[in-house]
Design a protein around this ligand. Structure first.
Ligand code: AMP
Ligand code: MG
Length: 507
């Protein structure tokens, strides 16, 4: 064989990864954004590159070497085809309207169409100041970057709509918060970054033409089947779709004990994806009133308040769309209210189906939702761990002896016993125990991103430069339904000294 015809053993690495950008947001009118490149950082190093996600976006993770990836994902080098910009948006923050927020520390590089045919944004977060930065430095500490990486990837693995994390990079620069911290940049992937607050930005300026353009743009991206529907029906249908997605999303959050923490309208995505993992957290002990954000004193964004807040956010979207729905306004309001009514109905249906599925019921009937609610009430009263209780229930379906692992989760184990008796009587009608147990294990995760685990992995990475715990936790989080040994630390609640009760907004 002619050796000269053989391909070289290693392909020469290129300077550009050849990302097939296909940008549409940059085609919208100039008042939708500010064009500017990211601000380079001192010394970028690649902490994590999500190779599977790269491939699903049609990006070859091997196309360039690690140093080049670090430069690109830190914003030091623009990949060919990127059209960097900061998006404009407004938002209600803790109920107070701020007419101009926008990407104060993020840059949209552009859009790619993945192997699934879905268009997604590639955005750098922590990439420097923009015209929307206000008093901020445009940067992100590495800790919150790693946090978003872990939690967003965990959400995706749990099967919950979410933005994803393509990469985390350390900037080699200091970021000044209440103390000096190392900086980082996250590459966020989202099916779009359109928010309720994006609509509010234009509505607040009485720029109805922009609201219409934005609505049609959002429909093209998220509800293309509505695109040919005549106006104003199209906008009513769009509002209803957004409401349905939010209803499904919040129900899914509640099923895994997720508390978003900052459900401001600027953090409420039109796509129905979870976005912005700031002071979010997962419940350990079940506590409906749980709040984690250090600045949420009124409990506005408490665990059990999330459906109400989602509905409130949707009403703010409806406010923006009124001029597109009908004239006079009273008529538009009636149409909007009708569309938003879909939220409550869908949420209740999704929640009921989800919560009875968690206790092993696939064919719900009268009384099942009450049975599940009764368990939750007992868990709340007895400080039972949310994730462990449900996961261990799966093991106890066919084996009452396995109750021994559940009872100690309750301050008063007898509170579990009397419920378990009724539960078993009901489950007899749900089919063979092994089948029910297998089903329950597919709906009740063993591993969630518990705060103490996430904080521990971040501390190791940021304070000691040890990425081992981050990598191990990541591996556990992306396989959340797998069986693990009973003493596996990724499945266990925090010991008293490990407890993290507050997460800070100083991201
Ligand atoms: P968030 O709390 O992350 O949802 O951000 C709310 C708003 O504050 C958005 O407009 C962000 O772009 C902006 N923001 C947050 N942190 C910074 C920062 N360090 N520098 C500039 N803007 C920021
Ligand atoms: Mg935000």
């Amino acid at each position: 064989m002619d050796a000269s015809a053989a391909p070289p053993l290693t392909q020469p690495r290129k300077a550009d990864p050849g990302i097939s950008f296909d940008n549409t947001y940059a085609r919208l009118p100039a008042r939708f954004y500010a064009r500017l490149p990211p601000t380079p950082v001192a010394e970028p190093t690649l902490i994590a590159l999500n190779e599977g996600l790269c491939r699903s976006l049609g990006i070859d993770p091997e196309a360039v070497d690690e140093t080049t990836w670090a430069a690109i994902l830190a914003g030091n080098r623009l990949p060919a085809g990127a059209e960097p910009l900061a998006q404009a948006y407004a938002g209600h923050q803790f109920g107070v309207f701020v007419p101009s927020l926008g990407d104060g520390r993020a840059i949209l590089l552009g859009e790619v169409v993945g192997t699934d045919g879905v268009r997604r944004d590639l955005q750098l977060k922590g990439s420097g100041r923009t015209p929307f930065s206000r008093m901020g430095d445009g940067r992100a500490p590495l800790g919150p970057v790693l946090r978003e990486f872990l939690v967003s990837e965990a959400m995706a693995a749990l099967g919950i709509p979410t933005t994803r994390s393509l990469a985390a990079v350390a900037s080699g620069e200091a970021v000044y918060r209440d103390r000096v911290l190392p900086g980082g940049v996250l590459t966020r992937v989202a099916s779009s970054h359109l928010r309720v607050g994006t609509f509010q930005y234009f509505a607040a300026r009485n720029d109805i033409e922009a609201v219409r353009l934005l609505a049609d743009y959002a429909i093209a991206r998220h509800d293309p089947d509505l695109a040919d529907m005549p106006a104003p029906e199209r906008y009513r249908a769009f509002l209803e779709r957004v409401a349905l997605r939010q209803a499904d999303l919040v129900a899914a959050w509640l099923m895994v004990g997720f508390v978003h923490g900052v459900m401001n309208t600027d953090n409420c995505a039109i796509s129905g994806e979870t976005i912005d993992f700031g002071p979010c957290a997962f419940l350990d002990a079940y506590e409906p009133g749980a709040v984690f954000s250090s600045i949420d004193h009124g409990g506005r964004y408490a665990y059990a308040n999330q459906p109400r807040i989602a509905a409130w956010n949707l009403a703010r979207l409806a406010d923006c769309l009124l001029p597109l729905l009908a004239e006079p306004q009273e008529e538009a309001i009636a149409i909007a209210e009708d569309a938003l009514a879909a939220f409550g109905e869908r949420f209740r249906t999704a929640y009921r189906a989800g919560i009875v599925r968690k206790i092993g019921i696939a064919r719900p009937r009268e009384g099942d939702a009450e049975l599940a609610a009764d368990l939750l009430a007992r868990m709340a009263e007895n400080g039972a761990d949310f994730t462990l209780t449900f996961r261990r229930l799966a093991e106890a379906v066919g084996d009452p002896a396995a109750d021994g692992a559940i009872r100690p989760l309750f301050a008063d184990p007898a509170a579990f016993d009397s419920w378990a008796e009724r539960w078993r009587a009901r489950l007899v009608e749900e089919g063979p125990a092994e089948e029910v147990a297998a089903r329950m294990k597919r709906t009740n995760p063993a591993v969630i991103p518990r705060n103490h685990l996430v904080e521990g992995a971040i501390a190791a990475a940021v304070e000691r430069g040890d990425l081992g715990p981050f990598a191990c936790l990541h591996a556990a989080l992306i396989d959340p339904y797998a069986d693990r040994t009973p003493d596996d630390r990724y499945t266990l609640p925090p010991a008293p000294h490990e407890r993290v009760t507050v997460t800070f907004c100083g991201t």
